[in-house]
Design a binder for this molecule. Sequence first.
Ligand SMILES: NC(=O)c1ccc[n+]([C@@H]2O[C@H](COP(=O)([O-])OP(=O)(O)OC[C@H]3O[C@@H](n4cnc5c(N)ncnc54)[C@H](O)[C@@H]3O)[C@@H](O)[C@H]2O)c1
Length: 291
Amino acid sequence: MEFLRKENVRTHSVKKMKVAVTGAGGYIGRHVVEALLELGHEVTAVDFVTEGIDSRAQIADVELFSGASNLYQQMGEPDCVIHMAWKDGFVHNSNAHMDYLSAHYLFIRNLVDAGCKNISVMGTMHEIGFYEGKIDENTPCNPLSQYGIAKNALRQAVLNYTKDKDVNIFWLRAYYILGDDKKNNSIFAKILAAVEEGKKEFPFTTGKNQYDFISVDELAAQIAKASTQTKYTGIINVCSGKPVSLGDRVEQFIRENNLDITLKYGVFPERPYDSKIIYGDNEVIEKIMKL
Ligand SMILES: NC(=O)c1ccc[n+]([C@@H]2O[C@H](COP(=O)([O-])OP(=O)(O)OC[C@H]3O[C@@H](n4cnc5c(N)ncnc54)[C@H](O)[C@@H]3O)[C@@H](O)[C@H]2O)c1
């Protein structure tokens, strides 16, 4: 199905918004809270884990998956909700993805029905599945992991439910993220852990696959800006727009951090559902960052 981006004619950037962030205590969430505060917004943070959330944010003790129809009121009726909470995002075939799918959908549907006007939800390149090249909002999605399948279904359900409703939906599709690496569970975190354990070699794939890498701070700035404008809605890539091989990016990380470790290429095979080259079209996010 071709997805038509809405470029709203009646546009305005709201200067200061009340923004609620779910998953605010997570790897990306903490940076998004800071980015929103830097833009002058008022932030309400929701998470099981509240340690490390910027103290300027207000913590709201809200049970996201309670199914309560007044969740929007419980969150203080924000102008915008950025829904980042997700369990096991780093475990691609965890049962949690499908187990919680309906709860995510019900949460968003309740927000829409309660009158929330701007809702951002985090998407992922894993919605796409095996695909080679640049991804835009019309790229077909054939996800190959439970994580990708659940995110893809959530996007379809949310966009379908809201297509005739007076609400801006921002599906923010993220790619490969680095920075603040001890908290991100990625290859970069694993390399840091290996160095701490005194290892000199790191077993690796061929490193040839090319991905779209972005620093968590830049990503957070994109998420904050995209969620608090109304000119561009729908699927929005939050990304660098530049493909770089995993091997090159990890070598750069090792150099930048002066790590005494060498990559041992070819020990692990690439996962069958990893794309050889996959990166986001950053045309829209570039425009948003200039608003
Ligand atoms: N990290 C990545 O590489 C990446 C890439 C693309 C998309 N994303 C998406 O970005 C979002 C944030 O990812 P992250 O890397 O910060 O993950 P994370 O696991 O560090 O953070 C997720 C947070 O959500 C919270 N949470 C989960 N279920 C909750 C619930 N029911 N109620 C309240 N809090 C709950 C967790 O406590 C956690 O702090 C997720 O939706 C993820 O799918 C992440």
